[in-house]
Design a protein around this ligand. Structure first.
Ligand code: HEM
Length: 213
């Protein structure tokens, strides 16, 4: 929320428990998706390496979340990325996409098993078909936190992801993770892009399921 009210405890009443109907710009991302044409650019000793990848991402609604008067609706996601023809997980990521209807604030959290977390923020209108969230190292509101090795050897100074909801029902993203690699003076742009096609419907959030909505 942009302005902090005097009463930070009282939660909103008569909250609509149907998360799918209150996700604003995130509604088009709910469900199970696959993308076969991902492109990753990652840091290698000999320079940037381009790698094609295949991705599966599940985004399912969670029950509405109240922080006192702040009401958030969201999706919990899990992304798994492999190289074509392989089984080994090439990239794994979990987190939330959240939207606050009252302020149109967007929050994207990510955790990756390299020992790294980030909270990226932005803003998007209810009917937006393109939006971006950004995290910056050092910020206490939209920051990045890495374990000791990564912080010393591959320091992430910024992360951003831009999402575009396409007219044909697919959605695409472009993300840029800016790394300061030990021994190099120029930032490295570790980028990823993909387009996701729906392969399954989202599960209802528990309260919506119980209400039979
Ligand atoms: C589809 C998404 C992504 C894919 C496929 C991917 C893949 C990779 C690969 C292949 C490497 C090089 C690993 C190695 O050679 O050891 C790498 C490095 C790295 N990635 Fe990603 N990545 C993705 C997204 C992200 C995101 C979102 C972040 C953080 C916000 C991130 C943070 C890092 C860091 C810090 C490194 C450097 C560590 C290292 O090279 O050992 N990556 N990534």
């Amino acid at each position: 929320m942009s302005e902090i009210p005097d009463d930070i405890y009282t939660e909103p009443e008569n909250v609509d428990v149907n998360t799918l109907a209150n996700l604003g710009p995130l509604a088009a991302m709910a469900g199970i998706w696959e993308g076969e044409r991902g492109v990753d650019v990652n840091p290698k000793p000999e320079g940037p390496r381009r790698q094609a990848y295949i991705e599966r991402i599940e985004l399912h609604p969670i029950d509405p979340q109240a922080n006192g008067p702040q009401l958030l609706y969201g999706l919990r996601y899990h992304t798994r990325v492999i190289k074509p023809g392989e089984i080994e997980t090439y990239h794994d990521q979990v987190g939330y996409w959240l939207w606050e209807p009252a302020t149109e604030a967007l929050i994207h959290t990510l955790t990756i098993p390299r020992g790294q977390v980030a909270l990226a923020t932005g803003r998007a209108a209810r009917d937006a078909t393109s939006f971006e969230v950004v995290a910056t190292r050092g910020s206490t509101e939209n920051g990045i936190c890495s374990g000791q090795f990564l912080e010393a050897a591959f320091r992430t100074i910024e992360f951003r992801i831009e999402v575009t909801i396409n007219a044909d029902g697919t959605w695409s993203y472009f993300e840029d993770t800016i790394l300061m690699v030990k021994g190099q003076t120029e930032p490295f742009h570790h980028t990823d892009r993909n387009t996701l096609t729906k392969v399954g419907e989202p599960r209802l959030n528990p309260l919506a399921e119980a209400a039979g909505t």
